[in-house]
Design a protein around this ligand. Structure first.
Ligand code: UDX
Length: 436
């Protein structure tokens, strides 16, 4: 099949490369000429494990190409995916759909009859209707279909998530469009990945509901962690104890400094706005958004408290700045609020991150970036593990302690056992474990 992917950012690029790997003929389109030039030179605009190799294999095999020419690229396609950005609109939290609508218009002007136009970007319920209207406006007599097909890709694991999905959701009421989508996902279909056909609006809502539910799980266990600290309980045991109940499930019950990233914060906010606009409060999601915002700064205060409540003139080393490991993404990372809290408290902040320092330096110019965890800890009063990179899971804790001035270790991801911290001579703090 012939597929065009409009938008070669995170979702577009991963999806395009994976579709090409399925054997389809794929062109990834972007307006940014320098991005396309770099992709043609096999330089990825994002850090995603395995992506450069996947792109190279498929480019070499002649199945994947890159272009800035949208009109030329969509000609003769069976399916055209819209995978452009939908950032939070400044001021009101609504998803900004101007890129989606601009792409829809250009696509409408250029596609052949019987093309399926697929929205892969996360878009509020009803966007598919608007995309259809825009295309209909420019080509009143064209036979086409607008389908919703949300992505559920985790950064750092996106290729695996694409190729072994829990489910594929396709929203359309039209049988011929369903048939095209079955063809697009045929290899997964053969691997028995469930494909769920729904109406377009249900499909659009599924994406938001899934992310809001996952954000709720995380926020719930984070609040249980706070309670564990007060009650002398251990959140990891509580998490295991509830997660073994199949109705609850064990995933996304890891307590930490709060969720961040490109999806959960933006999508929960957009869902709130949709709910408000439709006069249907979603109070649980409201509480989740608020609790998560408060939590990020609270984690900064946790570090200050570990230092006895006064961080003035103290040197604090943060290990990990990205919102999670295996990405260089700093969007809504808890580290941002943590740094702000520490700076406000008068501390000097040093940091190390395996992939995120370049990005982080733009957002956090106050932080002094260092070349290793040990370099960050040099002369520090406290070290805080903020992101659970593998590189921090096997630190030589005695060596770390040895280069520090103080003895405080705040493990915001619970990657060490309290005994290990104590054995290395640390005054060790973690999340939701009462021995802190
Ligand atoms: C998420 C969804 O998982 C994905 O399906 C969707 O399409 C996009 O958003 P991503 O943002 O890449 O993916 O990251 P994810 O691995 O889901 O983690 C999100 C945040 O939650 C991170 O900040 C992570 O540290 C945090 N988290 C996750 C926890 O604090 N505890 C957990 O148990 C799980």
């Amino acid at each position: 099949m012939k597929i065009a992917m409009i938008g070669s950012g995170y979702v577009g690029l991963v999806s395009g490369a994976c579709f090409a790997d399925f054997g389809h003929d794929v062109v990834c389109v972007d307006k940014d000429q320098s991005k396309i030039d770099r992709l043609n030179a096999n330089i990825m605009p994002i850090y995603e494990p395995g992506l450069d190799a996947l792109v190279k294999t498929n480019v070499d095999a002649g199945r994947l190409s890159f272009s800035t020419d949208l009109a030329g690229s969509v000609k003769g396609c069976d399916a055209v995916f819209i995978a452009v950005g939908t950032p939070s609109r400044r001021g009101d939290g609504h998803a900004d759909l101007s890129y989606v609508y601009a792409a829809a218009k250009e696509i409408g002007e250029a596609i052949d009859p019987k093309t399926v136009v697929v929205t892969k970007s996360t878009v509020p319920v009803g966007t598919g209707d608007e995309v259809e209207r825009i295309i209909r406006d420019v080509r009143p007599d064209l036979e086409f279909e607008v389908v919703s097909n949300p992505e559920f890709l985790r950064e750092g694991a996106a290729i695996g998530d694409f190729k072994r999905p829990d489910r594929i959701v396709v929203g359309t009421d039209t049988e011929w469009a369903r048939e095209v989508m079955r063809g697009v996902y045929r290899p997964l279909f053969l691997n028995e990945s469930p494909i769920l056909f729904t109406s377009r609006r249900s499909s659009e809502l599924i994406k938001y509901a899934a992310n809001a539910f996952l954000a709720t799980k995380i926020t719930f266990i984070n609040e249980m962690a706070d309670l564990c600290e007060k009650l002398g309980a251990n959140v990891q045991d509580v998490s295991r104890g509830i997660g073994l109940d199949n109705r609850i499930g064990s995933k996304f019950l890891h307590a930490g400094p709060g969720y961040g990233g490109s999806c959960f914060p933006k999508d929960t906010l957009a869902l709130l706005k949709t709910a408000q606009d439709n006069d249907t409060p979603v109070r649980i999601v409201e509480a989740v958004v608020q609790a998560n915002d408060l939590r990020k700064r609270a984690m900064g205060r946790k570090i200050v408290n570990a230092l006895g409540g006064d961080a003035r003139g103290k040197r604090i080393a943060l290990l990990g700045l990205t919102f999670k490991p295996n990405t260089d993404d700093m969007r809504d990372a808890p580290s941002i609020a943590i740094v702000q809290t520490l700076i406000d408290a008068g501390a000097e902040v040093y940091a190390h991150d395996p992939e995120g320092m370049e990005e982080a330096a733009k957002i956090l110019p106050q932080v002094k970036m260092t070349e290793s965890a040990y370099a960050a800890a040099q002369g520090a009063d406290a070290v805080a593990i903020v992101t659970e990179w593998d590189a921090y899971r096997a630190l030589d804790l005695a060596k770390l302690k040895g280069v520090m001035k103080g003895d405080v270790l705040v493990d915001l991801r619970n990657i060490y056992r309290p005994e290990e911290g104590a054995k290395a001579g640390f005054d060790y703090y973690s999340v939701g474990r009462s021995c802190t």
